[in-house]
Design a protein around this ligand. Sequence first.
Ligand code: BDR
Ligand code: CA
Length: 327
Amino acid sequence: MGKIIIDCDPGIDDSLALMLALSSPELEIAGITTVSGNVPADMGTGNARKVLRQMGRLDIPVYTGESVPLKCSYTDAMDTHGRDGLGESFLPEVQGEFPEGSALEFLEKTLEKEKISIIALGPMTNLAKLFLKRPELIGQVEELVSMGGNFRSHGNCSPVAEYNYWCDPDAAAVCYELFGEAGKKIEMIGLDVTRKIVLTPNILEYICRLDPENGDFIRKITGFYMDFHWEYEKIIGCVINDPLAVAYFIDRSMCRGFDSYTAVAADGICRGQTVVDSMDFWKKKPNSHILTETDSGKFMRFFLSRVLKKEDGSRWREEELSLLESL
Ligand code: BDR
Ligand code: CA
């Protein structure tokens, strides 16, 4: 399946996405880059390392990316993800020597030497900066799966906009535009599909029974997020957006959708809105594949069977997780 870079802003659901990617043998993670989004990029770097420590994979390099959006002022999402970005779990920082260099340097060097896929789980600031400077490197991107945007579903931080694209609308607009010009498509895993992925207290309890170690980590980071969802959305549980992008990258049957030309509104009341030309008014070549349908049960079986380990270190098989259907 090949090599990937994960560009993210951990972030609670980013951390679950990293856990899933790290537990997936199909993926070779060349590096993780962080960007200011849920939390400032340097805090995101520390959080990515906390996840790597939990998963025993501190060998994977993490590079800190852009601290502010291309043009807008920066708005974090610590109200959703906690003051530490990991649900106020305040887990100890990982100490040690880490590789030097910025996210942009790492992305540029890697794409210069090889074709690689990118899974983007935060605002697209790093990617936009890179491709504005080196548009020819888009040709080196095997696939770009981006968690962000929304088609028919409403926004999560304005009536019409999803947070990642709202946080840096100019960056998202640039990426969609440049990918179109390069004749490529961005796989858009937006709120239409991610909203269906809800980690409920019952599923969390099951997770903790199946794997007390990783379960305890997941419990520590998601409690705050569940409280936030109850307070603002009256949901029992929490929407975990980012892991669906990883699952879809590995298994295309996880979501279904259609090709379309998409533009991102950069400012005004529609800031960050993805304008998806599903009826082909503009007669433009598609620059996106918009995912609109998913099967949350299938995703949960996939997620649990990969991230959770039995006492002997082996994985749970999907057939062993039938209890999920009643949770
Ligand atoms: C996206 O915004 C962030 O808060 C989440 O980590 C996810 O990437 C959902 O809108
Ligand atoms: Ca994210």
